[in-house]
Write a protein that binds this ligand. Sequence first.
Ligand SMILES: [Zn+2]
Length: 81
Amino acid sequence: MTKKRPRKSPEPCPKCGSLDIVPIFYGLPGGPEVMEAANQGKIALGGCCVTDHDPQKQCKVCGTQFDLRPPRVTERARREK
Ligand SMILES: [Zn+2]
């Protein structure tokens, strides 16, 4: 048994079902590698404004962003604005 299986099964887009999914990169691009990957469509840039529940993946076909992280416990601090 030497068959290799990918650990993660690709997660299809919840909207169109496409498997053409790229991870969303948040924060300032750390270097030319990040920009290059973005230019090649390997990743999507999410900007430097990170919230508590940002989508982690983006569909390249329809642009839907999904795979939300569960909100953290910092919600209270926001309400006390
Ligand atoms: Zn899609």
